[in-house]
Design a protein around this ligand. Structure first.
Ligand code: NDP
Length: 327
């Protein structure tokens, strides 16, 4: 209840909502510009991990500057340390409400109501999973939702792999995995892909890809020692089940941008991603910026999110300086 919340008297220059490569990079740049950013990382829960999607990634091999690779959680700890070094205050608080109707803006968490001159949104996106207990059980031990992040790991090399989904993400993931896998099985619940024709055709015609139409995932099979060893699929017409041997199962049934807080407030596209103005991080509300996966349905990489966080910090800093010059 808002009445029980602590109301801060001071007005922050910048509040950054959400951690992960975009949020921490925005914090690093705004801190070095003496903007004394406050970063609300999210309170740890089943849904929220401060640090974002990389906290559930094992080894990251494609982030420049780590020639020997780095564990996702370690990389986020490094990002956090670096932004704190320049004075960023990081708090494990989840934003529950925002009011962008007047400036300074209001940002509310379960603990406190705060005001800020500018807000940078870096709440990211969440990969969707089917929700099977066996998916959860083998997470990071053969279960992944990011082929680009995990596909080149040794456990997936020269082994059969399974991808579920029929959209562009599934096609892209499957195509990417063909570089490493002995074979890639795409499991799709209908007899037609939702993906763009060009990407669907590429997958359909690929010699390493086998498509299982009208099929759903019934269970992920495996054991403690080996992680995933097979996937049981079910024919939706006959209910017949078949086990496909594999060392990896990639969920590619879409991502959900974490934008529920901003519904009706900020412009979004049809799939809920925040819309930013061309080549900037500016949203439709002056002084509110969006960076990283929350506004990017295409690239979704740690390095692009970090670059976007930098853009947001520069945009916000310049905007604040312009405001000061005017007032
Ligand atoms: P989509 O929503 O387009 O596709 C999700 C797919 O997963 C659908 O085929 C859907 O099946 C299937 N699916 C969803 N839920 C389930 C479930 N519970 N069980 C089984 N299957 C399920 O998501 P994408 O992430 O693929 O794409 C999102 C957006 O990003 C799109 O606009 C896409 O074009 C874009 N994108 C573009 C890329 C590019 O241009 N390089 C790359 C990746 C994404 P069904 O079809 O039956 O509904």
């Amino acid at each position: 209840m808002e009445s029980e919340l602590y109301m801060s008297d001071s007005v922050e220059k910048i509040i950054i909502i959400g951690s992960g490569p975009a949020g921490y990079t925005a914090a690093l740049y705004t801190a070095r510009a003496n903007m004394e950013p406050l970063l609300l990382e999210g309170a740890p829960s089943k849904e929220i991990l401060p640090g974002g999607q990389l906290m559930t990634t094992t080894e990251v091999e494609n982030y420049p500057g780590y020639p020997d690779g780095v564990e996702g959680p370690q990389m986020m700890a490094d990002f956090k340390k670096q932004c704190e070094r320049f004075g960023t205050r990081c708090l494990w608080e989840t934003v529950t409400d925002v009011d962008f109707s007047e400036r300074p803006f209001t940002v509310t968490t379960a603990k406190e109501v705060r005001k800020a001159e500018a807000v940078i949104i870096a709440t990211g996106a969440t990969a969707k999973y089917l929700g099977l207990p066996s998916e959860e059980a083998f997470m990071n031990r053969g279960v992944s939702a990011c082929a680009t992040c995990d596909g080149a790991l040794p456990r997936y090399r020269d082994k059969p792999l399974v991808v579920v989904g029929g959209g562009d993400t599934a096609m892209e993931e499957a195509m990417f995995l063909t570089q490493f896998a002995s074979k890639v099985h795409i499991i799709h619940r209908r007899d037609e892909f939702r993906a763009s024709k060009i990407m669907a055709d590429r997958a359909i015609n690929h010699e390493k890809i086998e498509i299982h139409w009208f099929s759903t995932i019934d269970e992920i099979l495996g054991d403690d020692e080996n992680g995933v060893t097979a996937v049981r699929i079910k024919d939706v017409n006959t209910s017949e089940t078949t086990d496909i041997e594999c060392t990896g199962y990639f969920s590619a049934i879409g991502h959900k941008p974490n934008t529920d807080l901003f519904t009706g407030v900020l412009d979004m596209d049809d799939t809920g991603y925040l819309v930013t103005q061309a080549d900037t991080s500016r949203t439709n509300i002056e002084g509110v910026f969006a960076v990283g996966d929350v506004q990017d349905s295409v690239y979704r990489q740690a390095v692009t999110a970090a670059g976007s966080g930098c853009m947001g910090a520069l945009d916000a800093t310049r905007w604040l300086e312009e405001q000061e010059a005017v007032n």
